[in-house]
Design a protein around this ligand. Structure first.
Ligand code: PHE
Length: 456
């Protein structure tokens, strides 16, 4: 990032922005959450709906969110304040800040598991697995241990705080440029290994042969929520990153890049994991523990597996870190810009508060496992509220704002700036985008939300 005319930080290049936005988008959502949701929701049919949601709704909303940020050069609350007089819209920005805080709390638990697995990889623990069951048992023993799960969650949160405390520019921007390609390369190696296993084709057919009778409201809600979660949409992260863009940057093409990269990583992770699940005759619907049960055992079978397994979990931790940084950055940007807090103070206070909120999530896999509400433990409940309710609601209002509330000519002028060769040249592209934001996205999100709370 460099400083713009106004003294506000800006990305150094278009690539810098795409990598940072892709860094926020690509994370545990792709490698941990997407495969386990696909496994719980019937495989290929879920993936089909997911890809549809990511491209038909995700990309238009992503463009809208980045646009609000770039046009106002502000945090989510300040951005809406700058664009509209009513207090309602800044409150939508505020809801995003809250969602970021809640997501960070449960996300850090899983990121903590990944950090703990780096240590397990170094210890060579994966070599003790004799059958797929022993990988599952090892995982359950670890997360069942209060000290292990809370400790690594806290360690990961401190890591996130450290990065945001010292600023995002050098660490994260440079870090993502090295770690993202490395993660990609390692995933491909693991995928090839998975494909070479006997019986892996059953995994491919589970992933790519949709059984449309499996699609119901629950599957569509999970797919839509995951599209928002995975693209970091609906809570102001992309808005905040967009606020560091220059006027001449091309928003639609960056948004397409981010979505294509994000979806490819998710699908490749799906192949890596489900080939193993089916080749080793495990069940696809075990939930959040899925990658920790499947990948370690395969990693050890690759020549040089000891090193690969360490690198894999290190890359996973870093992918998670580029996402958590964007989450804590939204909360921090709000308190710095709107409340004039010192950046360091905001990071310390909200990082610690989030760490505290993460504790019941970490305990949801041991001492609090049986305390449930609506059939979900604390972890599941915060995950559901943030991903399946707050993010789609945020996306709904962002579409309404850009589609209906914001002055149409201003929106057009702004979105065409930098995109003269696409939105500027082909009016049908612009109109399609407007139609999605005005009608398709809000109506679909609304229907899905109503059915998720049981109203239809
Ligand atoms: N998109 C991130 C992931 O897939 C999670 C995230 C959600 C990050 C919302 C920021 C905002 O891992």
């Amino acid at each position: 990032m460099s400083l713009g005319k106004t003294g506000r930080e800006q990305w150094g290049s278009k690539l810098g922005f795409i990598l940072a936005a892709a860094g926020s988008a690509i994370g545990l959502g792709n490698i941990w959450r997407f495969p386990y949701l696909a496994g719980e929701n019937g495989g290929a049919a879920f993936i089909f709906i997911y890809v549809l949601c990511a491209f038909a709704i995700g990309i238009p909303v992503l463009i809208a969110e980045i646009l609000i940020g770039r046009s106002t050069q502000k945090d989510p609350v300040g951005a809406f304040k700058a664009l509209h007089k009513s207090p309602f819209w800044p409150a939508i920005g505020g809801m995003g800040v809250l969602a970021g805080f809640v997501i960070l709390s449960f996300y850090s638990v899983v990121a903590g598991w990944s950090l703990g697995y780096v240590v397990e990889a170094i210890k060579g623990s994966f070599y003790q697995y004799t059958a797929p069951d022993s990988a599952g048992k090892h995982f359950n023993d670890l997360i069942g241990n209060v000290g292990w799960s809370v400790g690594y969650m806290a360690a990961f949160m401190l890591l996130t705080m450290l990065v945001v405390y010292f600023g995002v520019q050098k660490g994260i921007e440079r870090g993502s440029k090295i770690m993202m390609p490395m993660l990609f390369g390692l995933l491909i190696i693991v995928t090839i290994q998975g494909l070479s296993l006997e019986g892996s084709s059953a995994g491919l057919s589970y992933l790519f042969n949709p059984d449309f009778s499996k699609i119901n409201a629950k599957v569509v809600l999970a797919a839509l929520g995951q599209a928002f979660f995975s693209l970091s949409l609906g809570m102001g992260a992309m808005l905040t990153y967009g606020s560091y863009l220059k006027k001449k940057d091309n928003i639609p093409s960056s948004a397409v890049w981010v979505a294509v990269l994000d979806t490819s990583v998710a699908v490749i992770a799906g192949v890596a994991i489900f080939t193993v699940v089916f080749a080793t005759k495990q069940s696809p619907d075990v939930g959040p523990s899925l990658i920790f049960r499947t990948l370690p055992a395969v990693l050890t079978q690759i020549p040089g597996g000891y090193i690969f397994s360490i690198l894999f979990f290190v890359a996973l931790v870093l992918a998670a870190l580029t996402s958590t940084v964007s989450l804590l950055e939204v909360v921090t940007a709000y308190f710095v810009d709107e409340k004039k807090w010192d950046r360091k103070k905001a990071v310390l206070i909200f990082g610690m508060a989030c760490l505290l909120l993460g504790i019941p999530s970490a305990l949801s896999f041991n001492v609090l496992a049986d305390s449930t509400m609506f059939g979900l433990n604390f972890f599941g409940l915060t995950e559901f509220i943030a991903s399946n309710l707050l993010l789609p609601i945020g996306g709904f209002f962002i579409s309404i704002f850009v589609g209906w509330v914001w002055h149409k000519a201003t929106v057009r002028e702004n979105v065409i700036a930098g995109a003269e060769g696409s939105f500027g040249k082909y009016p049908w592209l612009l109109t399609t985008w407007e139609i999605v934001l005005k009608y398709i996205a809000p109506i679909l999100i609304f229907i899905v939300l109503l059915s998720s709370i049981g109203l239809i």
